[in-house]
Design a protein around this ligand. Structure first.
Ligand SMILES: *[C@@H]1O[C@H](CO)[C@@H](O)[C@H](O)[C@H]1NC(C)=O
Ligand SMILES: *[C@@H]1O[C@H](CO)[C@@H](O)[C@H](O)[C@H]1NC(C)=O
Ligand SMILES: *[C@@H]1O[C@H](CO)[C@@H](O)[C@H](O)[C@H]1NC(C)=O
Ligand SMILES: *[C@@H]1O[C@H](CO)[C@@H](O)[C@H](O)[C@H]1NC(C)=O
Ligand SMILES: *[C@@H]1O[C@H](CO)[C@@H](O)[C@H](O)[C@H]1NC(C)=O
Ligand SMILES: *[C@@H]1O[C@H](CO)[C@@H](O)[C@H](O)[C@H]1NC(C)=O
Ligand SMILES: *[C@@H]1O[C@H](CO)[C@@H](O)[C@H](O)[C@H]1NC(C)=O
Length: 540
C-alpha cells in the first residue's frame, strides 16, 4: 500500500502546483488491449466493457469519471462456464481465441440490474446479471442454439430491451420484459456496402441509431425515425480514417461505442488495431456533434485523421493520463485478493491458488509431460502497457518440485519466458523461447520451446527469491522486441538470452500478456510465491 501511494506523489505534486495540469487528453486513452468497446454512462459515471476471449474472469469492466482516466473495476463473467471442458484446459483441450468477444453491457434502472449479453462459440447466447456492477454476477440464461452475433444492447425509455446483432444481415431482437429471453425479431438492414458486423444501438431525440463496422476501415450508422424496427437510412461516420499520430501503423479506429456526458456532449470511443495485435487493440476517443438532420459528425483533423489530442470531455483534466494503480504501479497483493486487472489463462483451479496479504501462492495445477505452457492451468496474466513497458516480478521459488517450471512469460501464440526449471536437484534460471501454436489447427502446440540461455542457481533452504523482468517495445512503429533479465537485489538486472521478437498476426485476437506461471512436468506438489508485480511504462 505504501508503495502504491508513493506512485501518486508526483501526480499530487503536479495537481498542487497546477503547472503541469493539462486541459487536453492524449490518444490512446488507455494503452491496453481492450477491444470491442462497449461504453455507457450511469448518472455521472462511465463504464467500459471489453472482450477477453480465453482469459478468465471474462468481460472486464472499467470505470471512469471523465472518459479519459480509467480503472479496472470488475468482470461480468466470473468464470468461463460455456459448456466445454476446453475452458478449463482439461482433457488436453484448450479454448484459445474463443470465449468472450463483441458482447454488450448496460444498467437497467427499472429493476436495478446490470446486464451482460454475449454470443459464445457461435452457438449460444449467455446473459449474466448483477445487482451491483462489482458483482456477484450470475449466469441467468443460456439461449442454446441462438447466437446474437456481435451484439449491442439498448434499453429504451419505455424500458423495452433491444439487441442488435448479425453480420451483413443485421437484425433487431426484442428481449422479454425480464431481459432474459428472446421476443420479436426482425432483419432491419441487408448491407449494400459489403461485410459489416460489430453493431451497437442507441436512441437520441426520438430516433433510433445502429452503428456498425466494415472491418477495418469503415464505421457506419443507420438511422430510423420510425421506431426500432425501421426503416433505417444509411450514413457514414468514418471511412479510411487514419489513426492518431501516436498509433502510426494502426488501422482506422472502429468497433466502438457512442456515449453522452451529463451536459449533453457526445463522444465516440473506438479501438485501433496496432500492428496486428502485438500491442493489442487500444481505445481512442473523439467528440461528435449532430447536424440539423440528426446525423453525427465526428471531430477529425485535416486529412481524415483521428485527433491525437482534444479538450477533456468532463472537468479540466487535473491528471494527464491514466494514473490508477490498476493500470501501472507496484502490486504487493496487500489486500489479500487479486484486483480486477488480473485474469487467468482459461479458468483457474482455485484449489491450487492461495492469495494472502503479500503473496499469491501458486501450487502446480497441471502435469504437462510435454512441457507445454499452453496446456498449463493457473497462469496469471496482466495486460501489457504500450507503447513500451517493463514488468518485474519477485518470485519465491524455494518450494519447487522436481520437473517444475515457473517464471514470467510474454504469452501469446508465440511466447518466451524467463524463470526457473527444476530437474532432480538441479535448478536452472533459463530464458526459453520458441513456444508456438498453430492458428489453423485449433491452436495446437507446434513447438514446446528451447532453452536459449541458462545458468545454475543454488537452491539451499526453503526460501529463495529472485526478480524477473521483461522490457518490451510493443509499439506499432517500434521493434516489437522484448528483453528478459533477472536480479537478486531488485536493482541490478542482468540480461539472459537474446531479445525475443514478438509476433503480430491478428488471428489470436489478444495482445501479448505478462504471465506468471508454475506448472509441473512430473508430479503435482510444488509451489511458488508471487510477492510483487511492478509495471511501468518506459521510453520507446
Ligand atoms: C458450442 O460449441 C462448442 C465448440 O464446438 C461446444 O464445446 C459447446 O458445447 C457448444 N455449446 C452449446 C451450448 O451447445
Ligand atoms: C433483407 O433480406 C431478406 C431476405 O431477402 C428480406 O426478407 C428482408 O425483408 C430484407 N430486409 C430489409 C430490411 O431489407
Ligand atoms: C430533435 O428533432 C427535431 C425534429 O424531429 C428537431 O427539430 C430538433 O432540433 C432535434 N433536437 C436536437 C437536440 O437535435
Ligand atoms: C469510402 O471511400 C471510398 C473512397 O476512398 C469510396 O469508394 C467508398 O464508397 C466509401 N464508402 C462509403 C460507404 O461511403
Ligand atoms: C497447422 O495446421 C494445419 C492444419 O491442420 C496444417 O496443415 C499445418 O501443417 C500445421 N502447421 C504446422 C507448422 O504444424
Ligand atoms: C477445431 O475445432 C472445431 C470445433 O470443435 C472443429 O469443428 C474443427 O474440426 C477443429 N479443427 C481442426 C483442424 O481440428
Ligand atoms: C532488446 O530489447 C529491448 C527492449 O525492447 C531494447 O531496449 C534493446 O535495445 C534491445 N536490444 C537489442 C540488442 O536489440
Amino acid at each position: 500500500m505504501i508503495a502504491r501511494s508513493l506512485l501518486f506523489l508526483p501526480l499530487l505534486f503536479m495537481a498542487i502546483c497546477g503547472s503541469k495540469a493539462s486541459t487536453s487528453f492524449q490518444n490512446p486513452v488507455i494503452f491496453n488491449d481492450l477491444a470491442d468497446i462497449d461504453l455507457f454512462r450511469v448518472k455521472d459515471t462511465f463504464y467500459y466493457s471489453a472482450s477477453s476471449m480465453h482469459f478468465s474472469p471474462g468481460a472486464p469492466i472499467l470505470q471512469s469519471q471523465d472518459l479519459v482516466n480509467w480503472k479496472y473495476l470488475g468482470h461480468s463473467v466470473p468464470s468461463l462456464e460455456f459448456n466445454s471442458p476446453a475452458y478449463n484446459l482439461e482433457d488436453g483441450m484448450r479454448a484459445y481465441a474463443r470465449g468472450v468477444w463483441a458482447s454488450a453491457m448496460r444498467f437497467r434502472q427499472s429493476n436495478n440490474l446490470w446486464y451482460w449479453v454475449g454470443c459464445v462459440d457461435f452457438n449460444a447466447t449467455y446473459i449474466y446479471t448483477s445487482s451491483a456492477v462489482t458483482g456477484p454476477w450470475e449466469q441467468k440464461t443460456v439461449l442454446d442454439g441462438t447466437c446474437l452475433y456481435d451484439c449491442g444492447l439498448l434499453i429504451d425509455d419505455d424500458d423495452a430491451m433491444y439487441v442488435t446483432h448479425g453480420s451483413t444481415v443485421l437484425s433487431v431482437t426484442e428481449l422479454t420484459s425480464d431481459g432474459l429471453d428472446l421476443g420479436e425479431t426482425q432483419i432491419i438492414y441487408n448491407s449494400t456496402v459489403g461485410y459489416v458486423e460489430g453493431s451497437r444501438m442507441y436512441k437520441r431525440n426520438g430516433s433510433y441509431y445502429i452503428i456498425t463496422v466494415q472491418p477495418t476501415n469503415g464505421q457506419y450508422i443507420l438511422k430510423s425515425d420510425n421506431g426500432p424496427w425501421g426503416p433505417y437510412d444509411f450514413g457514414v461516420i468514418l471511412n479510411n480514417t487514419s489513426p492518431p499520430t501516436s498509433l502510426k501503423g494502426g488501422d482506422t479506429p472502429h468497433q466502438g461505442a457512442l456515449v453522452d456526458t451529463l451536459d449533453g456532449q457526445w463522444y465516440y470511443m473506438a479501438f485501433v488495431d496496432v500492428n496486428g495485435d502485438s500491442t493489442g487493440r487500444v481505445p481512442v476517443l473523439s467528440s461528435l456533434n449532430w447536424d440539423e438532420n440528426g446525423w453525427p459528425v465526428l471531430t477529425l483533423d485535416d486529412g481524415n485523421t483521428w485527433p491525437q489530442s482534444l479538450p477533456y470531455p468532463v472537468g479540466s483534466g487535473a491528471t494527464t493520463g491514466n494514473s490508477d494503480s490498476s493500470l501501472q504501479g507496484k502490486d504487493t497483493f496487500a489486500t489479500g485478493k487479486l484486483d480486477s486487472q488480473w485474469e487467468w489463462n482459461h479458468n483457474p483451479d482455485m484449489k491450487r491458488v492461495t492469495v494472502t496479504p503479500g503473496e499469491v501462492r501458486l501450487s502446480t495445477a497441471t502435469v504437462s509431460k510435454l512441457d507445454d505452457i499452453y496446456q498449463a492451468r493457473n497462469t496469471l496474466t496482466h495486460r501489457t502497457l504500450g507503447p513500451a513497458s517493463e514488468a518485474i516480478i519477485l518470485l519465491d521459488y524455494g518450494n519447487m518440485a522436481d520437473g517444475d517450471r515457473a517464471g514470467l512469460a510474454l504469452l501469446r501464440d508465440s511466447s518466451a519466458w524467463i524463470g526457473i526449471r527444476k530437474d532432480g536437484d538441479v535448478s536452472k534460471l533459463v530464458m526459453r523461447n520458441d513456444m508456438t501454436m498453430n492458428s489453423t489447427d485449433n491452436w495446437s502446440t507446434i513447438t514446446y520451446g528451447t532453452d536459449e540461455a541458462s545458468i545454475l542457481v543454488h537452491q539451499t533452504g526453503k526460501k529463495r527469491n529472485i526478480y524477473l523482468r521483461v522490457v518490451g517495445d510493443f509499439s506499432a512503429s517500434g521493434t516489437r522486441e522484448a528483453q528478459f533479465s533477472y536480479s537478486t537485489d531488485g536493482t541490478h538486472f542482468a540480461a539472459l538470452g537474446q531479445n525475443f521478437t514478438m509476433a503480430n498476426d491478428w488471428q489470436f485476437f489478444q495482445a501479448y500478456r505478462f504471465a506468471i506461471f508454475n506448472y509441473a512436468t512430473k508430479a503435482l506438489g510444488g509451489s511458488v510465491g508471487l510477492k510483487e508485480f511492478s509495471l511501468y511504462s518506459v521510453p520507446v
